[in-house]
Design a protein around this ligand. Structure first.
Ligand code: SF4
Ligand code: SF4
Length: 435
């Protein structure tokens, strides 16, 4: 794609990077074929190629965003299915991030939108705020029909009960005290995840400890920053990024870390991008690069670094039919697909890919809260494809997808790490007790 940025414009680091990406695009439109919003809406501007043109036009011509551009950019899920399809290696993720940042700077959203986005930014990225809102929401559920559509949807998405924590909060979860640990890792426990599903972090810690790996949970680290990043609120996101980078880097230097483990693929994708985000920041680029290099999805870490000790017992001696939902941030963002499937296969169960598995379930961070109608259509399609497999349960590696899919089906869904924990000596996940 030809570009016409001036020398002055290219002095801006974001323009410089985006210009290189625009030049890679050859307008072929292959990406449209696998874009969920293009498939549903059939509008060129609701596909990646159209969005690339919109972003390029704003940046190259120093144009402020307008309502039309914002509508089409907001409809993008950031699922990155287009990146997997693109034969030219266009990094759409960095373009849409730049586009969102430009929108936030140049466009004033209607008051109701600003209120909702600010509310999401303040509640979802801080676990304490989220916990308070989550509890309040349970009381509002019976009256949800009084609320405007977006708020009603937020209330309905919240579960009725929140699982209790079974592990006490510690900084260091030691492995076998009699043995020297084989590795020391930090675990990102996540802002939303630790409220909605503490059992995922607990399964991760138990599993790693059982394999003689010490786990560090630094309580100052709450959110990875991706919620604000995807809302275009770059100042808030950068504040979180810098805090996380400094804390983990200090731990790495002072006490040693072999990896930073993410068990939420959406967060892992952002952590792996810290290096790019701070590429020109003299104070942070070295540290950010190190944090990105250390980051591993838990499935990736288990596969590459841990000799898993699978155990058969009376709780896990049946063979189950499991549908594997490949979260977009996992398969398109981090390019991890077969690794979790192969890990589950080692438990002796049957694992099936979901038809049209490259398409998003509609969760996509705050998307199911902000773009309710499209998210519901995507969920409906996902559930119908899952039901074709007739699985006994579903598994995935991202809390957002777990919440979204659980909202559309009665088939139990659990995190992949809960299965691996269970088959290596951990408890049977509560959600499967009846199976
Ligand atoms: S990120 Fe997903 S929704 Fe957005 S343009 Fe790419 S494929 Fe379409
Ligand atoms: S597939 Fe890649 S090169 Fe082709 S239009 Fe889409 S982004 Fe551009």
């Amino acid at each position: 794609m030809e570009t016409h940025f001036s020398k002055e414009q290219l002095k801006n680091k974001d323009n410089k990077s985006s210009e290189k990406i625009f030049r890679k695009c050859v307008h072929c439109g292959f990406c449209n074929a696998t874009c969920p919003t293009y498939q549903l809406l059939g509008d060129e501007l609701d596909g990646p190629r159209g969005r690339i043109y919109l972003i390029k036009d704003m940046l190259e011509n120093n144009k402020p965003a307008n309502e039309k551009i914002v509508k089409h950019i907001d409809r993008c899920l950031s699922c990155y299915s287009c990146m997997t399809t693109c034969p030219s290696g266009v990094n759409y993720m960095h373009l849409i991030d730049h586009g969102r940042k430009h929108i936030e700077k140049t466009f004033k959203r209607p008051l109701s939108d600003r209120l909702i986005r600010n509310f999401l930014s303040k509640t979802l990225s801080k676990s304490i705020n989220f916990r308070i809102v989550a509890i309040l929401t349970t009381f509002l559920k019976p009256f949800s029909f009084f609320f405007p559509k977006k708020l009603r949807n937020m209330i309905n998405l919240m579960p009725i009960k929140f699982p209790k924590k079974t592990l006490s909060q510690m900084k260091v979860y030691e492995a076998d005290k009699k043995k020297k640990p084989v590795a020391r890792v930090a675990l990102l426990t996540g802002c939303v995840q630790k409220v909605l599903a503490p059992q995922i972090n607990e399964a991760s810690i138990r599993l790693l400890n059982r394999h003689n790996i010490e786990v560090v949970v630094l309580k100052e680290i709450d959110c990875c920053g991706s919620l604000n990043h995807h809302l275009g609120k770059m100042d808030l996101a950068n504040e979180t990024f810098k805090k996380n980078i400094s804390i983990w880097y200090d731990e790495y230097l002072n006490n040693g870390l072999d990896a930073i483990i993410s068990n939420t693929s959406g967060c892992g994708t952002t952590l792996k991008d810290y290096g790019f985000i701070f590429r020109t920041d003299d104070d942070f680029k070295k540290k950010a690069k190190k944090i990105s290099e250390l980051t591993k999805d838990i499935s990736e870490y288990l596969d590459g670094n841990v000799k898993l000790n699978f155990i058969k017992n009376k709780e896990n001696n049946k063979s189950y039919k499991i549908a594997y939902h490949s979260a977009c941030s996992m398969q398109h963002g981090q390019k991890i697909h077969n690794v979790p499937i192969n890990l589950i296969k080692k438990t002796g169960n049957e694992v099936f890919n979901i038809p049209d598995g490259h398409l998003c379930c509609g969760s996509a961070g705050t998307y199911n809260l902000l773009q309710t109608d499209i998210a519901k259509k995507l969920l409906k399609n996902k559930i119908s494809n899952i039901e074709k497999i007739k699985p006994q349960f579903i598994t995935t590696g991202n809390i957002g997808c777990i919440t979204q899919i659980a909202n559309g089906t009665k088939i139990p869904i659990l995190h992949t790490v809960e299965i691996i924990d269970w088959y290596t000596g951990g408890p049977k996940p509560k959600i499967l007790k009846k199976l």
